[in-house]
Write a protein that binds this ligand. Structure first.
Ligand SMILES: Nc1ncnc2c1ncn2[C@@H]1O[C@H](COP(=O)(O)OP(=O)(O)OP(=O)(O)O)[C@@H](O)[C@H]1O
Ligand SMILES: [Mg+2]
Length: 367
C-alpha cells in the first residue's frame, strides 16, 4: 500500500496517455472525495477530472500484484515532468520512497539564465546568416525582459536544415526555457495545459511544422503570439481563465503557401521573420556526408561517389538521400558494385534503359 499526497495538482492530458497504458490492470486508485467527486480505479479519470487549481489531495493507491520500488519511482517520474503534481510523501511497505521533486516555484531561482551561443550550431554548415537572424530575435527577447517578441519561422525545401536548426535552438535554450511542440500532434487541450495551467510558462515555444497544426487547435497559438501576450479560456465549469504568457515562438514551416493562408493570414502576420533555408550546395553536402561518415568511423572516400551518383543520376540534393546512399553503399561505392546496382534499379524503376556510358563514367570516376 502506498500513501501519496498530491498537492497543487492540475489537469494534464498530455502526460497521462503513456501512464494510462502502464496503469491498466496493475494499479487501483482509491481516492478520497475530491471536489465532491469520488473516483475509484481510474487513474486517468482522477487526474484529468477530479483535481483542479491548488487543491491538496490525499489519496491511497493500492496495487494489485507485486509492485516494486522501481515501478513506483517510474510512476512518479512519469507524473512529475509536467510539473503539475507534487508528491510529498510515498510509502511502500512502510518504507518511505523519496520522491525526487522540487517545488516548481522554488526551482525558478535555480534555473540558469538563457545563454546565447553559436556552439550548439557548430555541426550545421553554411547557415550562419539564418542562425544570426534567429539568435538576434532571441537576444532581443531576452534583453527586453520578454517585451520585444519577434517571432520567426524557418522555411525552405526539404532537407535544408530547418529541423536541425530548431533542435539546436532547443538545445541551446535547454528544457527549462523551451517548450517543443510538433504541429501535427499538438492539441488545444495539450497546449492549454502547457500555457494556461502549468505552474511556470516556459518563455520559448518551438514548433515543428507549424502549418500542419489543425486550424481549430490553432486559436490558442494566435492568442499567445498576439501583442497582448496572454492566453484566455472560458468554460462553464471554470468560468473565465486568463494568464499572461509572453513567449517567443520559433517554428519550422514546410509549406509556406499553406502557412500564409492559415486563419486567413492571421497566424503568419504574427511572425516578424521568415528565414529562408536554401538547398545545401555541393560543398555543404560534402561536409554533411563527411560528418556522417565520421560518426560511423567510415572511409571519407565514400563521399565523392555518393555525391556524384545523387547529383548526376537522381538529381537529388536532399542530404538524407545522400547519406543513405553513402552509408549503405560503403565500400561498394568504391569498387562500383553498389553504384551499378543503384543505377540499374533506378533506371528500371523509371522504365528507362541503362546508359552504359554514364554508368562507366560513374564507376570509372571512382577508380
Ligand atoms: N546546412 C546543413 N548543415 C548541416 N546539416 C544539414 C544541413 N542541412 C541539412 N542537414 C542535415 O540534413 C538532414 C535533414 O535536415 P533537416 O531535417 O533539418 O531538414 P528540414 O529542412 O527540416 O527538412 P524537411 O522540410 O523535410 O522537414 C539532417 O540530418 C541535417 O543534419
Ligand atoms: Mg523538418
Amino acid at each position: 500500500m502506498i500513501q501519496i499526497t498530491l498537492k497543487k495538482a492540475v489537469r494534464d492530458y498530455t502526460g497521462i496517455a503513456p501512464l494510462r497504458k502502464e496503469l491498466n490492470g496493475r494499479i487501483r486508485l482509491v481516492l478520497d472525495t475530491v471536489s465532491g467527486v469520488i473516483y475509484d480505479g481510474r487513474a486517468a479519470a482522477f487526474l484529468t477530472d477530479a483535481v483542479d487549481g491548488s487543491v491538496v489531495v490525499t489519496t491511497t493507491v493500492s496495487f494489485d500484484g507485486n509492485v516494486t520500488e522501481q515501478f513506483v519511482s517510474d510512476l512518479l517520474a512519469a507524473l512529475l515532468p509536467a510539473g503539475w503534481l507534487q508528491v510529498t510523501e510515498a510509502l511502500l511497505e512502510q518504507e518511505v520512497v523519496e520522491a525526487a521533486t522540487a517545488d516548481p516555484e522554488s526551482t525558478e531561482e535555480s534555473i540558469e539564465p538563457v545563454r546565447i551561443s553559436t556552439e550548439p550550431f557548430s555541426h550545421i554548415f553554411d547557415r550562419e546568416n539564418q542562425i544570426q537572424i534567429l539568435l538576434s530575435s532571441v537576444q532581443a527577447f531576452v534583453d527586453s525582459g520578454h517585451q520585444s517578441r519577434f517571432h520567426s519561422i524557418m522555411w525552405g525545401p526539404p532537407g535544408c536544415g530547418k529541423t536541425e536548426t530548431l533542435r539546436s535552438i532547443a538545445k541551446m535554450l535547454g528544457p527549462h526555457h523551451a517548450t517543443m511542440l510538433d504541429g501535427p500532434s499538438t492539441t488545444k487541450a495539450g497546449a492549454e495545459q502547457l500555457f494556461l495551467n502549468a505552474d511556470r510558462i516556459k518563455p520559448f515555444v518551438l514548433v515543428e511544422e507549424i502549418e500542419k497544426m489543425q486550424p481549430h487547435h490553432m486559436l490558442w497559438l494566435l492568442q499567445l503570439l498576439d501583442e497582448r501576450g496572454e492566453i484566455r479560456k472560458t468554460t462553464a465549469k471554470h468560468g473565465h481563465q486568463q494568464r499572461e504568457a509572453r513567449v517567443l515562438c520559433i517554428a519550422t514551416v514546410n509549406d509556406l503557401e499553406k502557412f500564409r493562408t492559415l486563419m486567413h493570414g492571421a497566424l503568419s502576420s504574427r511572425f516578424a521573420h521568415e528565414v529562408f533555408f536554401p538547398r545545401p550546395d555541393n560543398n555543404t553536402l560534402r561536409k554533411i556526408v563527411l560528418r556522417e561518415i565520421e560518426k560511423v568511423g567510415g572511409n571519407p572516400a565514400w563521399a565523392e561517389p555518393a555525391i556524384n551518383y545523387c547529383a548526376f543520376v537522381e538529381n537529388n540534393t536532399d542530404p538524407r538521400r545522400l547519406v543513405s546512399v553513402c552509408l549503405s553503399g560503403r565500400d561498394g561505392l568504391l569498387d562500383g558494385t553498389y553504384l551499378r546496382a543503384l543505377y540499374t534499379n533506378y533506371m528500371l524503376s523509371r522504365g528507362s534503359t541503362v546508359d552504359a556510358e554514364l554508368l562507366s563514367k560513374l564507376i570509372g570516376e571512382q577508380k
